[in-house]
Design a protein around this ligand. Structure first.
Ligand SMILES: [Zn+2]
Length: 68
């Protein structure tokens, strides 16, 4: 039996339910998606507190969320 890997970086995947970097409320889906070379930038906008931040998924390695 093979085990599923923990890495989930299939290109085209859109992250959902990302916790707000400020208040922690889950955000259903990113406000804006900007594909780049080997990575994709996601702009999140929190409906609870209005905080906006960017997260970048890098497909060569692992997804690295960056809180601005
Ligand atoms: Zn928030």
């Amino acid at each position: 039996m093979t085990q599923a890997t923990m890495v989930n970086t299939h290109s085209g995947d859109i992250p959902t339910q990302n916790p707000c970097a400020q208040c922690g409320a889950p955000i259903a889906q990113p406000d804006w998606i900007e594909p780049g070379e080997g990575r994709v930038s996601y702009l999140w906008s929190c409906p609870a507190c209005g905080y906006r931040f960017e997260a970048i998924a890098i497909y060569d390695e692992a997804a690295i969320p960056l809180a601005a």
